[in-house]
Design a protein around this ligand. Structure first.
Ligand SMILES: *Cc1c(COP(=O)(O)O)cnc(C)c1O
Length: 370
């Protein structure tokens, strides 16, 4: 039997993609904000119902640049969570800023806003929350705190493509949100990312930031890096966007089959999608109790059966080799994040995963995960 991976990218047909890139060959324009780049930006604005988006070479550079654009004094503190992908914490540190770790909520693993204020000092300048697994952060509480203490808010929205609350895109929260279009994400441009934002006055600076700080032919305003999305990636995005809704429905179907099989099992907690939320069904993490079900045993059992799952997210970013010696503030007081990280396992989820395979995965978990 074929190996089942934890995720598999959604792809257009080879013919559809070839057709899309034909023009790039005809006019020999491969990068530097070409036609495909423009078409994708416009299409994404429409699709996501947001006023502004700036494409980047990948999600990490979108996030790193969104934070850099705030121009915070070096050494400023940024409140964030350690229950995330390496990119979130790295983006803060690589900007010369200091991460301060806040605990997460028990029910959806996003930042626990009720614990933010206790971490604020005169050095605190920003909050970087993460919409983990597409779960929506409590933006009302976060923005109220940010306003009260004059903090900036940049969301890591790498998991939140297409996610809406009460019909409004979550990409409109905060000062800006960073998306990832990596091949493993629900919408991909092979590698890619974007910054989404309400305030259109940021657009010029974001565009200059991804192109060496070059403002026009003779003006280089600052020492920017290179983070441009190329035409071949933009073309992949254009193709994938045509099929996103269809792919999302297929993922929903798989997601709901997992829910049917794994809800109301003593010792297993699954994600609940709230009634005000339009989900993108990006991940299916289960959190086990460690007694009736053991995470590492389940992972091993699945692996024996040619099924890959991921400890997503373990270890916590504050425990990475590169950070553990720093004893960043907050890292000794994140009991919920520690417990979830020890017991969480992301199960395979992608559009073409067969329901029979979901059944097989659930049977293995229920029978042998002890
Ligand atoms: C994928 C991801 C990123 C980084 O995106 P890339 O496009 O891979 O650079 C950042 N944050 C989170 C939470 C992610 O999952």
């Amino acid at each position: 039997m074929d190996k089942i991976l934890v995720t598999r990218p959604s792809v257009p047909s080879f013919e559809e993609y070839s057709e899309e890139i034909k023009r790039c060959f005809d006019i020999k324009w491969f990068t530097n904000m070409g036609e495909k780049h423009q078409i994708l930006e416009d299409a994404l604005k429409d699709f996501l119902k947001i006023p502004n988006i700036t494409l980047f070479a990948n999600g990490h550079l979108a996030l790193e640049n969104a934070i850099a654009e705030l121009d915070l004094p070096k050494g400023s503190e940024v409140i964030t969570t350690p229950f995330t992908f390496a990119s979130t914490t790295h983006a803060i540190v690589r900007n010369g800023l200091v991460p301060v770790f806040c605990d997460i909520r028990e029910d959806d693993y996003t930042i626990d806003a009720s614990k933010i204020e206790a971490l604020i000092t005169p050095m605190t300048k920003a909050i970087v929350p993460v919409h983990v697994y597409g779960n929506i952060c409590d933006d009302d509480a976060i923005s109220a705190i940010a306003k009260k203490h004059n903090l900036k808010v940049i969301y890591d929205a790498a998991h939140a493509f297409g996610v809406e609350k009460n019909g409004v895109s979550v990409l409109l929260y905060g000062d800006a949100s960073a998306l990832s279009f990596h091949a493993t994400k629900v919408f991909n441009t092979v590698e890619g990312g974007a910054i989404c934002y309400k305030d259109s006055s940021r657009e010029v600076r974001y565009n200059d930031m991804k192109n060496f700080g070059i403002h026009d032919e003779e003006t280089v305003s600052f020492s920017g890096g290179n983070a441009k999305m190329n035409e071949f990636s933009a073309a992949m995005g254009i193709c994938n966007l045509r099929h996103f809704n269809e792919e999302c429905l297929k993922r929903k179907n798989v997601f709901e089959h997992y829910v049917k099989r794994l809800s109301d099992i003593d010792g297993i907690k699954i994600l609940e999608i709230k009634s005000d939320t339009k989900s993108n069904y990006s991940y299916f993490p289960v959190v086990v109790d460690g007694v009736k079900f053991n995470r590492d045993n389940i992972k091993a059992k699945l692996h024996e059966n040619n099924i890959e799952s991921r400890k997503y997210f373990y270890p916590l970013t504050c425990d990475f080799d590169c950070y553990i010696g720093n004893s960043y503030k907050g890292s000794d007081n994140i009991p919920v994040a520690r417990r979830i990280s020890q017991n969480v396992l992301a199960l395979p989820l992608y559009a073409d995963l067969m329901l029979e395979d979901v059944d097989r995965i659930c049977d293995l978990i229920l029978a042998g995960g002890k």
